[in-house]
Design a protein around this ligand. Structure first.
Ligand code: FAD
Length: 703
């Protein structure tokens, strides 16, 4: 059982009982049928309040969407009401140890059973909400391959795999063969359980058509991408609110335009131009993103409900086009705002107790998961630009151009329309260039993608800001005045970035292509011993990545590849790492992470069973001091590692975590002395090795 932090189960119960899990769901399944435009704004507030908490209902809504679009009537009747009420929660299980972006490499298998169901076997990692104590059942949507699957992404199917197999009357029944084998220790969103999941001939049912799982999963992923964009927005907003509150209170120095608070020993930092620059950047990006998200959400609603098919189509084109842009630019804005918020707080922003650094830690993942922002950029240039002869593009270009033309004679709008028109012209020119070059040479499209996406995103935001300015002009209310002032700031101080972005894109990709691969690692690293010696006095040390260590009959390291960076033989590296761990553990400090890939050598002897399925070995030093601050770590019962290094195994055939069983082998292999108190898990392994009995770890008993 994975326990969420104290207070989460009660908060989740209150959340679902108040109906927040059912906002956008179909009334036929107990939902409120509210439009996406309402749902997305609520999601933003949830993310501002507690992004990690918001992930549990967020994932469930994604599962709801996938089943409602691709499930059979029976699947809908069984799962949708439970997901709507929040009694059951959902996950999306795509990622495997060896494949994240490239899902064509998936190894999980689905074998048809006689009763029409399937037996799913495989390991998934990084599964958000994979196991927790909030809901009565967890509905996993799992990508796997059927025996006759064509290779690559064309051979992936989607399955629904419940944690508890539902009974005839729709209640959670017997436990299915799906287990959480470990939890990730992460930089942020610590209260969101990120699980390694093992499916061991688990019973599942096909969702949608065979081999068409990826497109079915895209229903979920497209929703999720908008949702992740909104996570970035939520973090940006809360970081902004905290930064403004601090800037009003904190007094330091006097304003450059003269004393502003003569009754105080110094002026509030809000008066300083650089602090104002940071606050206004945060505000202009946050409000610009919110306008764009509301815009996209409205179009999403139009695409589903408008009576005219042509209007629905155009609205859907706009959502398709904007989805990668929103995901990437909002999450970049979330990270930037979180970092700027810390900056406004000065040194106090870096101190965990004050909470600002948590926004940065939480925001960082949003740029990575749901397809990294680099992949979003490739989606934009590779799929969206050319789709249907440029039809998606027209869903933005036509209305934006019409707006510019309609407003260009209005003198009051000039300060907004001129910069928008310039950025728009740049975007048009660069789009044509990227499309042409990309057709000739895909490397060029890839080289342009990230800068192009940002250019597009800022221009789209400028369009949103100009529309807001058109509404705000002439109104006396403080709200509208602030809108106009923020729009001005955006046009003058943020939008000009599009000019350098255009220059970068037009420079082409030759400088990326021409750089010799070998030159990336340049001079050989200094000998490993020196690296470690140099760092010996410090608590946190760099590590050198290692690969392919072979283990001999007695568990000793007998050889392997050289370190790709320093070319040192890896047995030395392993031994040196061992010394490094010793220091770190004794210092009682969080240590770095070393990654190694183990390939078992011949004659492995008594460790053979342990090593056979191992493909990747990730060493992870457990923190030796309890975590403080948000205190929001999800816990699991595989045994706290205490002061021992915790090692996790990730492999195609191996369950994702056999923890200290692997630690034993590595310590033995590298001659590492045991350090600190022995954990019960470790002791079981040691005793079992001497007695010849297999240790009672979940992995061992499974094989
Ligand atoms: C906290 C957390 C929660 C997560 N939750 C889930 C979840 O619920 N379900 C789930 O299935 N997964 C989940 N993930 C996995 C996440 O979606 C992946 O980590 C992400 O998609 C990237 O895959 P990867 O880590 O394997 O990186 P890789 O695919 O190895 O990519 C590494 C780098 O290479 C770049 N790259 C890779 N391929 C290309 C290419 N073709 N062109 C250009 N650049 C490329 C990437 O952009 C990235 O910068 C989660 C991850 C984390 C950390």
């Amino acid at each position: 059982m994975v326990r969420t932090p104290r207070g989460f189960p009660a908060a989740y119960r209150a959340f679902r009982e108040a109906g927040w899990t059912s906002l956008g769901a179909d009334p036929d399944y107990g939902g409120q049928g509210l439009p996406k435009s309402v749902g997305l704004l609520v999601e933003e507030m949830i993310c501002s309040a507690n992004m990690a908490f918001g992930m549990y209902p967020g994932l469930s809504h994604g599962a709801y969407m996938a089943i409602s679009k691709h499930g059979t009537p029976e699947q809908k009747a069984l799962y949708l009401p439970k997901l709507t009420s929040g009694e059951w929660s959902g996950t999306m299980c795509l990622t495997e140890p060896h494949c994240g972006t490239d899902l064509g490499l998936i190894r999980s298998k689905a074998v048809p059973a006689e009763d029409g169901s399937f037996r799913i076997t495989g390991n998934k990692i990084f599964i958000s909400a994979g196991e927790h104590d909030l809901a009565d059942n967890i509905i996993h949507l799992v990508l796997a391959k059927l025996p006759d699957a064509p290779p690559g992404t064309r051979g992936i199917s989607l399955f629904v795999v419940p944690k508890y197999l539902p009974t005839e009357d729709g209640r959670p029944g017997p436990r299915n063969a799906v287990t959480c084998t470990g939890l990730e220790h992460k930089m942020g969103i610590k209260a969101s359980a990120t699980c390694a999941m093992a499916f061991d001939e688990a019973k599942g049912w096909l969702v949608g058509r065979p081999h068409k799982g990826l497109s079915a999963m895209f229903t979920m992923m497209n929703e999720a991408r908008l949702g992740v964009g909104v996570q970035g927005l939520g973090i940006a907003e809360i970081a902004y609110q905290n930064a403004v509150a601090y800037a009003r209170d904190r007094i330091q120095g006097r304003g450059l335009q003269g004393t502003q608070a003569p009754d105080k020993a110094a002026d509030p930092i809000l008066v300083h131009p650089d602090v104002r620059r940071m606050l206004l950047t945060m505000r202009a990006m946050t409000e610009g993103c919110r306008a764009l998200s509301a815009f996209a959400a409205l179009e999403h609603d139009v695409s589903l409900r408008h009576p005219d098919a042509a209007v629905r189509q155009q609205a859907d084109d706009f959502v398709q086009l904007m989805t990668p842009i929103i995901k990437a630019i909002f999450t970049d804005a979330g990270w930037d705002a979180a970092v700027m918020g810390m900056q406004v707080w000065g040194g106090h922003g870096y101190i965990r107790d004050n909470g600002m650094e948590q926004f940065a830690r939480d925001a960082r993942i949003t740029q990575i998961y749901e397809g990294t922002n680099g992949i979003q950029a490739l989606d934009l240039v590779g799929r969206k630009l050319g789709a249907h002869g440029g039809r998606y593009l027209r869903s933005f270009f036509h209305p934006a151009l019409a707006f510019i033309e309609a407003q260009q004679d209005d003198a009051a709008m000039e300060e907004f329309i001129l910069p928008l028109a310039k950025a728009f012209g740049r975007l048009q020119q660069v789009t044509a260039e990227v499309a042409q070059r990309g057709l000739r040479d895909p490397f060029e499209a890839g080289a342009a993608a990230t800068d192009y996406l940002r250019l597009f995103g800022l221009t789209a935001m400028a369009y949103a800001w100009a529309r807001m300015a058109a509404v705000a002009l002439g109104k006396d209310d403080a709200f509208y005045k602030a809108k106009l002032a923020t729009a001005r700031f955006f046009m003058q101080r943020i939008l000009p970035e599009t000019s350098s972005l255009a220059a970068k894109v037009l420079a082409g990709g030759e400088s990326l292509r021409a750089f010799e691969d070998a030159a990336f690692w340049g001079r050989r690293c200094p000998p490993l011993e020196t690296v470690l010696d140099q760092s010996a006095g410090t608590k946190r040390k760099a590590f050198a990545p290692a690969r392919h260590i072979a283990i001999g009959g007695e568990g000793e390291v007998v050889g392997g590849d050289a370190c790709p960076l320093c070319r040192h033989p890896l047995e030395q590296l392993a031994a040196a790492l061992a010394r490094q761990w010793t220091v770190d553990v004794e210092a009682g400090e969080p240590a770095g992470i070393a990654q190694e890939e183990f390939r078992p050598g011949g004659g492995i002897g008594h460790d053979e069973e342990l090593l056979r399925p191992v493909r990747h070995l990730e060493h992870r030093m457990a923190r030796c001091v309890p975590r403080r601050g948000d205190g929001a770590d999800a816990r699991h019962d595989l045994g706290a590692p205490g002061r021992l290094p915790q090692l996790r195994l990730i492999g195609a055939e191996a369950p994702a975590d056999i923890g200290e069983g692997a630690a034993l082998v590595l310590r033995h292999a590298a001659g590492i002395a045991l350090i600190g108190p022995e954990s019960p898990f470790h002791r079981r392994h040691r005793e079992a090795r001497h007695s010849g009995r297999p240790p009672c770890c979940p992995w061992w008993s499974g094989r």
